[in-house]
Ligand binder design. Structure first.
Ligand code: NDP
Length: 494
């Protein structure tokens, strides 16, 4: 691993005009509890926002309720045009938005410039394109007939995690708005900046006031939103413990939910796999975004025959990671998002050592300012070890070895999670056979962590309910009304 800090890009303006964005405008609340925003690369405060108080939450929900009927009454073509225009603006401003995302999350600019705002733009473009074709069905029953209307749900609440703040906001807002809903979005308090930019850009693109609103704050603000009787749907991206609370709160009002929660996903690498592809997949599935990705394949099952070669090649390629200033475009591995996250991940590294796993490389706190550690690879990991069971959400890869296909499938599925799974093999039949038996929602064969907007994304078991992206998301932001039309006389028994 090499460390650099050569020529960082210019820092963008990080202090927003106001903490919240409600009814088409920035709103400040001088009385709100301060919410400092920390740059993970050096620990400095780059902005200070405020947590929303009850008045702000009320303002946002009232704005979203007010705006919803008129937004739903617009044609899908009109709504879609605004979303697609917003996508264009995001692409025009991608460089500035990516630098902002880098400062908010600590992720290298090299990643944010290709994976964050741009994937948000993809979602706005995709759902903007679909908006005009959201329709019901017609069923002829002799002379009578039934038709169904796909209607919006109403006011939706989106709650985001801190790892992909812009992408998460867009993945929720784009389908919700395309379907004629309005939204109040609460970003993670750790990364509150880019959702405000999304609101600003949507307004510039012509979105009517009140259709997309952003309020800042911690879990208490999220909880106030979820419990409000005006809310028809809640979409959360977060951990399983938070998911349980939010799901339960939403159930009080029988609200629709989408839950994108945590994972402990398996990657199965067979002897016949292309070694470099498999190592590349393991790197993408464990160290991109410093390992802070829900769908990461953190349990890497490697078949015995290929194990020594796999470990050698992995350690060798990790040596080429460039750790440094995330605003330096040559940096490929940045800090973790916060001191708390770093402490938690280092705690897992210690647990791995204590329980007898072999640390092949990394896992050290780096001697520099900011929340940096080196990417860690453990070998000789067994199924019952803490690092093989719990979601770490950091750059820690566990290698487990296996002998037979049946054994690998059984051990891969022995987890309460089911977000993602991957298989590396040159045997086409085995690839499909194995992936068909893995309990996961988002699967990969000879690839990992590619999540285009065209593909449904989401988990099974504790990893969640519902799907984001693709046409599937339309079903999660609409409800069907069916209308039976009688064309003849009404026959009644008396
Ligand atoms: P958390 O579960 O801690 O928080 C998620 C969001 O929920 C935050 O905005 C948080 O607010 C909010 N929140 C917390 N408590 C409540 C509550 N009672 N009611 C309403 N909202 C609440 O997750 P992290 O932000 O730490 O993100 C990491 C987790 O997210 C990991 O488990 C990861 O796997 C998962 N994740 C899942 C993805 C998926 O698509 N399946 C994608 C990305 C991450 P705040 O933190 O501001 O206090």
């Amino acid at each position: 691993m090499s460390e650099t800090a050569k020529s960082p890009l210019e820092r963008p303006r990080t202090q927003p005009e106001g903490s919240h964005h409600i009814d088409g405008a920035y709103v400040a609340d001088a009385g709100g509890r301060p919410l400092p925003v920390i740059y993970p690369a050096d620990g400095s405060t780059i902005a200070t926002l405020e947590h929303a108080g009850p008045d702000l939450v009320e303002q946002a929900l009232a704005a979203a309720s007010r705006a919803q009927p008129a937004w739903a009454a617009m044609t899908g073509t009109e709504r879609g045009r605004i979303l697609r225009r917003a996508a264009e603006i995001i692409r025009e401003r991608n460089d500035e938005l990516s630098r902002l995302e880098t400062m908010d999350t600590g992720k290298p600019y090299q990643e944010t410039v290709v994976a964050d705002a741009t994937s948000g733009a993809d979602a706005l473009e995709y759902f903007g394109g679909l908006a005009a074709s959201i329709t019901g069905e017609h069923v002829q029953l002799g002379d009578d007939f039934v038709y169904s209307v796909r209607q919006p749900l109403g006011v939706c609440v989106g709650i985001g995690a801190w790892n992909y703040p812009m992408q998460i906001a867009c993945w929720k807002a784009a389908p919700a708005l395309a379907c004629g809903n309005t939204m109040v979005f609460k970003p993670s308090e750790t990364t509150p900046l880019s959702a405000l930019k999304l609101a600003e850009i949507l307004t510039e693109a012509g979105l009517p006031d009140g259709v997309f609103n952003v309020v800042q704050g911690d879990g208490a603000v999220g909880s106030a939103l979820v419990g409000d009787p005006r809310v028809a749907k809640v979409s959360l991206t977060g951990s399983v413990p938070t998911g349980r609370k939010v799901y339960a709160a939403a159930a009080e009002g029988i609200r629709h939910v989408t839950m994108e929660l945590g994972g402990k996903s398996p990657m199965l690498i067979f002897d016949d796999a292309d070694l470099d592809d498999a190592v590349g997949g393991a790197i993408l599935g464990n160290f991109y975004s410093s390992g802070q990705i829900c769908s990461n394949g953190t349990r890497v099952f490697v078949q015995k025959g290929i194990l020594p070669a796999f470990l050698d090649r992995l350690a060798e390629r990790l040596g080429h990671a460039v750790i440094g200033d995330p605003l330096d475009p040559t940096t490929s591995f940045g800090p973790l998002v916060s001191q708390a996250q770093l402490d938690q991940v280092l705690g897992f590294v210690q647990a791995g050592r204590d329980e007898g796993a072999r640390l092949v490389t990394g896992g050290e706190r780096l001697d520099r300012e900011g929340f940096y550690m080196s990417p860690a690879v453990f070998a000789d990991v067994t199924d019952e070890m803490t690092i093989a069971r719990e979601e770490i959400f950091g750059p820690v890869l566990s290698v487990l070895s296996f002998e037979t296909e049946e054994e690998a499938i059984a051990r891969a599925n022995a987890t309460p999670y089911g977000l993602a799974a991957g298989v590396f093999t040159r045997d086409l039949r085995r690839g499909h056979r194995v992936i068909g038996k893995l309990d996961a929602g988002s699967c990969f064969i000879n690839a990992y962590n590619l999540t285009p907007v065209e593909a449904p994304f989401g988990g099974v078991k504790l990893s969640g309910v519902g799907r984001e992206n693709s046409r599937a998301a339309i079903e999660h932001y609409t409800q069907l009304k069916s209308v039976y039309v009688g064309m003849g006389p009404v026959e009644a028994p008396y």
